[in-house]
Design a binder for this molecule. Structure first.
Ligand code: MOS
Length: 754
């Protein structure tokens, strides 16, 4: 592994012995043996159980709750309703930042969506709390629910995603269409999806006076701590959050949710520790979702097959009381080099919970439409869809004009196509059959996701016994932070990974920034890297200023840290161990600090994205319409890969979600009642092993010196992008039928109009 140029840290740390190794998860044995303690595994003495009662209507008022009946249950201790819930220091309907959502904390009898919490029953046992909640028998004053993309009048929201402009134009799109020799217009729809992490939102809370301790899954410990501090009117340092393991998050654990806060309020009310765990169906409402979209794309090309105009309009939904707007059209900002690009978002307000970030928000929904439309345009041009993409992919970011820091996308197309065998693909649809007579189709989709960074901090310690400690309040929702971050820590300290104690997952450690936006390894990794460099710098200063050290006066020659020793860079025979340096200085340990954050100069100069190309094969029964994905190959360039095993796992997981997006996942909302009709994993379909026989992720080598000193981009979300389009394009290639409503199901294939 070559040494890298360090732009943000001292120049005497050498990387390579731990970074880049395909280590298995260091927490794997804990997890498979059940020893890993998830939030709901905690049972402090005297703990009570809380169960939510949720609304069965989507809009109206709760007019009656039979609190008396619930309290009459022998196990029930307390029933929390709007009438008696503890006061809060902040109105839950107040919102002061895009990273804060309005919460339903029993502030009134108003119902704004189905499955909204309307009461909390606290009891000696889970069974008693569940029975107590059933005894509440709520009565409602119901108003008609407004559900779906046409439910109310549309408007252009002031901002989409997290503070993006709703409307963007570059160049003159109408002039672009006027100059086009061919053009298409097509409308696509994507279905609502609910984050269905294996672990539902869960919380165990305990108050000790004005000190709060909670066990709850969180993708963002510092944000959660700050939000709770505001709501309960206490200082953040009185709030201790433990979140060592998350059973998935996908964005819905990025901000603390209403039900989690209700668990804390319940504990305050009864003065005892309280556990609250959402049931699966309760996940379909108060903890976010991906809103449906309707996207219209118009594309124009000239005689040479080059894009002259790209117009991408999205309609989406948000709740009646808060703002999150899926930024789907923004997917058209970064991929294809159209002379002119216009994007627009509009929204309608509906009676659902507030949507939020869900794995690749915007890029996932937007790329499904964009990649389908690009495929349709290629077909109109009579071109192979890969050749069409190679002709049109952007070498500078189209919307900003900033250069990409690499041209790795071409390599992704080449390596993916070679591995998949794309070369032998017939141009026309419905040309391939397997030996059972099933129609076979091959499709491609381009993947892209921005290389983001938040801000994070870490503390590093070297001890006189030669071991190291790295402290950072990072979050592992399954992606492998417990493994990848210690790999970076070990290299930053010049130690083997086994010599570094890695402390993480609690709010009293330095803020690592949120595990979201595919930015965690870059952000937390750079904080760790810089903390390690800081402590090594201090150690080197001790040695090079001490005339008893063989490193005395190393000066401009510099010092290298490796294997628990410092060496002169120009003469590796001259050096000494960390232990010797600290012992001679009489120090039991030495400590350093580091921050990880994006470089603003680099960010304003370069466009920063990870890229990929996904190839999919599907087989379709020509009579029954049954579809199966039989092969997916994705090639991805995402900067420096810290742990290829974990990265492949992330990318394959993302591509499987792409398959799910294309063929399975669909929260069905009843338009009359406003209720989700399939709030369970039996009817809310996601692909199981039998649905996805072979998925392969190729890691394309990429050295990007601009994103950060370690060259890390993200891999958490990019796998979802492009892959759904690849599957849809493969279905078209198999059948000649273009379906534009997702998920593509066999009824829609047999009756494309439906
Ligand atoms: Mo993600 S949707 O940034 O957890």
């Amino acid at each position: 592994m070559p040494e890298i140029a360090l732009t943000q840290a001292a120049a005497h740390v050498r990387h390579g012995s731990n970074i880049g190794q395909p280590l298995t998860r260091r927490d794997g044995v804990l997890k498979v043996t059940g020893a890993a303690r998830y939030a709901a595994d905690n049972n402090p003495p005297g703990m009570l159980y809380a169960v939510l009662a949720v609304s069965s209507i989507a809009r109206g008022r709760v007019t009656f709750l039979d609190v008396k009946a619930a309290k009459g249950h022998p196990g029930v201790v307390e029933v929390m309703t709007p009438a008696n819930r503890p006061p809060l220091a902040q109105d839950p309907d107040e919102r002061s930042s895009p990273f804060m959502f309005r919460l339903d904390l029993l502030q009134s009898d108003r119902v704004r969506y189905a499955n909204q919490p309307i009461a909390v029953v606290i009891a000696q046992t889970l069974e008693a709390a569940t029975e107590g909640a059933a005894l509440l028998s709520p009565r409602y004053d119901a108003e008609p629910a407004r559900i779906g993309l046409d439910a109310t009048e549309s408007f252009v929201p002031p901002a989409i995603g997290v503070g993006n402009p709703p409307e963007v134009q570059r160049g003159d799109v109408e002039a672009g269409f006027a100059a086009a020799s061919k053009q298409i217009e097509a409308t696509y729809e994507t279905a609502p999806q609910y984050h269905n992490a294996m672990e539902p939102h869960a919380i165990v809370s305990a108050w000790d006076g004005d000190t709060l301790s909670v066990d709850t899954p969180s993708q963002g410990l510092a944000w959660a701590q700050a939000r709770l501090a505001g709501l309960f009117g206490i200082s953040p340092d009185r709030i201790h959050i433990r979140s060592p393991f998350l059973g998935g998050g996908f964005g819905s654990k990025g901000l603390i949710s209403g039900p989690q806060v209700l668990g804390i309020m319940a504990a305050r009310m009864v003065g005892k520790p309280v556990k609250l765990v959402l049931r699966r169906e309760q996940m379909f409402g108060p903890v976010g979702h991906r809103s449906p979209t309707r996207q219209t794309l118009r594309i124009g090309v000239d005689n040479d097959g080059k894009l002259t105009a790209l117009d991408h309009r999205t309609r989406t939904t948000s709740s009646t009381f808060d703002d999150f707007f899926e930024p789907a059209s923004d997917a058209s900002h970064t991929l294809y080099a159209s002379t002119a690009i216009a994007t627009l978002h509009e929204a309608v307000r509906v009676d659902t919970g507030t949507p939020c970030f869900m794995r690749a928000p915007g890029e996932a929904t937007g790329s499904i439409a964009l990649e389908s439309a690009i495929d349709e345009m290629a077909h109109v041009c009579g071109m192979d869809p890969l050749a069409f993409r190679l002709k049109n992919y952007a070498e500078v970011e189209p919307i900003s004009g900033k250069p990409f820091s690499s041209k790795a996308l071409r390599e992704c197309y080449a390596q993916g196509a070679a591995r998949f065998g794309w070369e032998s693909r017939p141009l026309a649809p419905r040309q391939m059959r397997d030996h059972d007579g099933l129609l076979v189709g091959w499709g491609i989709g381009t993947a892209t996701f921005p290389a983001l960074m938040f801000e994070g901090h870490a503390k590093a310690v070297l001890r006189q016994d030669g071991s190291g400690v790295m402290e950072i309040g990072a979050q592992d929702m399954g992606q492998g932070a417990w493994t990848a971050l210690p790999q970076i820590a070990a290299d930053s300290l010049g130690l083997d990974i086994g010599q570094v104690e890695f402390r993480s997952g609690t709010s009293d450690l330095p803020d690592a920034g949120v595990a979201g936006g595919s930015a965690h390894t870059a952000t937390a990794g750079m904080a760790i890297h810089n903390a390690g460099a800081d402590v090594i710098t201090k150690l080197a200063d001790l040695a090079t200023n001490d005339n008893r050290s063989p490193l005395f006066g190393a000066g401009n020659a510099g010092v290298v840290a490796r294997g628990g020793r410092l060496f002169r860079r120009d003469d590796e025979s001259r050096g000494e161990s960390y232990s010797d340096i600290l012992a001679r200085a009489g120090l039991p340990q030495i400590e350093g600090h580091g921050t990880g954050a994006g470089n603003q100069v680099a960010q304003s100069t370069y466009a920063m994205h990870a890229h990929g190309a996904v190839f999919a094969e599907v087989k379709v029964d020509p009579d029954l319409g049954q579809m199966r994905v039989t092969r997916v190959v994705g090639a991805f360039a995402a900067g420096r890969i810290i742990n290829p095993r974990l990265v492949r796992s992330q990318l394959c997981g993302g591509m499987i979600w792409g398959v799910s997006f294309a063929l399975y996942e669909h929260a069905v909302m009843d338009a009359r009642s406003g209720r989700p009709m399939n709030p369970n994993l039996a009817e809310y379909h996601i692909p199981v092993n039998a649905d996805v026989p072979s998925v392969e992720a190729i890691l394309v080598e990429e050295r990007d010196p601009h994103v950060n000193a370690l060259g890390i981009k993200g891999v958490g979300e990019i796998g979802v992008t492009g892959s759904a389009g690849a599957v849809a394009n493969a279905v078209w290639h198999a059948t000649g039928i273009r379906l534009r409503k997702f998920p593509i199901t066999l009824d829609r294939l047999l009756e494309p109009q439906s």
